[in-house]
Design a protein around this ligand. Structure first.
Ligand SMILES: Cc1cc2nc3c(=O)[nH]c(=O)nc-3n(C[C@H](O)[C@H](O)[C@H](O)COP(=O)(O)O)c2cc1C
Length: 394
């Protein structure tokens, strides 16, 4: 299988041929003009790692400690809403694979399976990502369920003060409730395996929120405009590890530290919320420089391969997450997709590390080509270039 679909691009092509187009566009799209989405990945490509070839070559160790648990790999599965729409039963497929490979899986408040079921499948290791409910009473009910299920880490999202402007989803009528246009129905009928599996597992629902929908008049009411007070109230109630996701500035990093968070996920939501902001890798550098050792710094957004994971860790992230990559793999290969992509990413990361003679995840930082060096190189190049131009014989 690795040889048939060795890269994420292979999986994207296959996924596109297996799921309705409006679903594919929901998964792959960003917001507005998709600029942040594109930059997340292209800016990562600018990060270069320095190889050392004349040395004792040793095997790279990928195990990484985070919040007191030793994970087998330095990456995990980001929270994704409506997973069952992208491939039926996908949250359960991913949860099982996360346990098998000993990597973290984050349950989204808006996924399509319950906290209890996903925690059972991960033997209580799954993390939980909270969208902040409007009512504190509902917030506490959900937190109680998360605690009872044994989730060790609560991830609080801070980068959704508004509903994003996503032209594709608007064109496709993908909102709540889902508008079933003739176009969408034709797309569904042209993807028989997705349709049969959807009939088997049932129409995807917001399974975690379902018990409360009646009293909320079937409206999902969240208030994701986070304030210090809201975070402090959660910090007070939640005894496990607390991670703030969606951090994109040093100011918010400071607030997270001040409010007693244990970690941050430097993330721009995969380019789905703010098209005029910086890419996540650009934000990461200064945050690492100023706040490493004060809070755990994790990153997601834009990573598509083992080399990208290496780039992010070399820039100073202590752990990485990915969203779309895992969904493409499951949409492409069903039950086998999650295992497949985890194996590919592991092979790719190990190869890069061994190629540059890096034996451990935390040693990757020592292979980063310093930006100072890169920019000095560039300015030297520019100087050399202008000298060349000006010294040209007239
Ligand atoms: C289809 C889709 C749905 C998402 N839903 C959620 C969600 O419910 N909660 C959340 O915190 N982040 C959500 N995210 C953002 C991811 O957690 C993650 O930050 C992002 O996918 C990382 O970028 P990447 O896809 O380039 O890896 C979603 C992302 C996608 C692509």
């Amino acid at each position: 299988m690795v040889y048939k679909y060795p890269s994420v691009d292979d999986l994207i092509k296959k996924a596109k041929s297996r799921i309705p187009n409006f679903v594919f566009e929901y998964l792959s799209g960003g917001c507005n003009e998709n600029i942040a989405l594109t930059r997340n990945t292209t800016d990562l490509w600018d990060v270069e790692l320095r190889p050392y070839y004349i040395t004792d070559h040793k095997e790279a160790v990928l195990k990484t400690e985070l919040f007191g648990h030793i994970y087998d790999l330095p990456f995990g599965i980001s929270p994704v809403g409506l997973q069952g729409l992208m491939w039926p039963n996908s949250p359960e497929i991913l949860a099982k694979a996360s346990l098998k490979h000993n990597i973290p899986f984050v349950i989204s408040t808006l996924t399509t399976s319950t906290i209890e079921r996903l925690s059972e499948l991960t033997e209580g290791r799954a993390w939980f990502q909270l969208y902040h409910p409007n009512e504190n009473d509902l917030r506490d009910k959900i937190l109680k369920r998360v605690e009872d299920a044994g989730c060790p880490v609560l991830v609080l999202i801070c980068d959704m003060p508004t509903l994003a402007y996503r032209p594709c989803d608007m064109r496709n009528g993908l909102g709540l409730p889902l508008k079933m246009s003739l176009k969408n129905i034709i797309q569904i009928l042209s993807r028989p395996e997705w349709l049969i599996k959807t009939l088997k597992y049932g129409q995807p629902k917001f399974a975690i929120m379902e018990p409360y929908l009646k009293s909320l008049n079937n409206q999902l009411n969240f208030d994701n405009k986070l304030t210090e007070q809201k975070i402090a109230a959660i910090r007070d109630r939640w005894k496990g590890k607390l991670v703030i996701k969606g951090i994109a500035s040093e100011e918010d990093t400071e607030a997270a530290i001040r409010l007693g968070a244990d970690g941050i996920i430097v993330s721009n939501h995969g380019g789905r919320q703010l098209d005029v902001g910086p890419s996540s890798i650009k934000t990461l550098g200064p945050i690492v420089e100023n706040y490493q050792n004060k809070i755990k710094i994790i990153m997601d957004s834009g990573l598509r391969s083992g080399p990208d994971i290496a780039r992010s860790l070399a820039t100073g992230a202590e752990f990485t997450f990915m969203g779309r990559v895992f969904m493409y793999a499951v949409a492409a290969l069903g039950d086998e997709g999650a295992d497949h992509i985890i194996e590919c990413l592991k092979m790719q990361l190990k190869q890069v590390m061994e190629q540059i003679s890096c034996t451990s995840v935390c040693d990757l930082k020592n292979h980063l080509m310093p930006p100072v060096y890169q920019s000095r190189q560039n300015s030297n190049d520019e100087q050399a270039h202008s000298e060349m131009v000006y010294n040209m014989p007239a």
